[in-house]
Design a protein around this ligand. Sequence first.
Ligand SMILES: [Zn+2]
Length: 275
Amino acid sequence: MKGTSPRLFLLILLPAVILMVLAPRFCSGQAFTLTRLADGFDYPVGKPDSYGYYVYRGFTQNGHLGEDWNGNGGGNTDLGDAVYSIANGVVVFSQDYKKGWGNVTIIRHAYRGKSGQILFVDSLYGHLHVRMTKVGERVTRGQKIGTIGRGPHNMYAAHLHFEIRQDLRVGMHRSMYPQTYQTYTVGGPRTFLKAHRVLRYESRMVRVPINTFQKKTNPNRAYTQDISVPKLSEDEEGSPSIPETTSSVISRETEPEATTPAATRSMLKRLLGRD
Ligand SMILES: [Zn+2]
């Protein structure tokens, strides 16, 4: 590189690298849809307070990553009972996933956190007997989205497996992320619900990121590395400021905890003169 002006190097190469990193994100990566803000969260069964149901297996970090809800009658007495969306949101996954799962629906919710910023969580409803919504469909708090089932080949006594995640990348690939409160919500689903039963009503729609689930194949592809969405700030109007400015994305990408592939990250660091 001797003889080449460092400034020229930066002028040509830096924008090229930035484009390589950002182009996939803006062309095919971060997509958005609109959803109504959650005005509160209810329980997924026995609407709205879980009347007639109990958790017979709770959330444990690095263990059971959700709650198993069962009817008070036990056994299969709750087979076919209604399962409700815990809040306003948009369906981001609806599929017979087979394996130990059977029918699974995941709904993405936007809500206003205590500090005023807009946050997102995914709620997952597993082992459903029937699914009643499709991907992309907007749902409202308390809307029936399916019924309690027994999993593939009736492998379980009827129950609802219910999860809440604050990391929007998890999807059906739980093993790729820390199985802790950091990925899910502190204390597990019920703790989250209890803390968010009533939120101020706001009629506005907000943008919610979609297509954020990590692809299991080739996880190091840049376009699958999404920004930590719950941390997105909002602009004056109150909607998430997305897409973010180039500079903020770059600074995020170069943070040590960023999930960008190591090679890209170190290259950016070198070019930006950071350590
Ligand atoms: Zn379970």
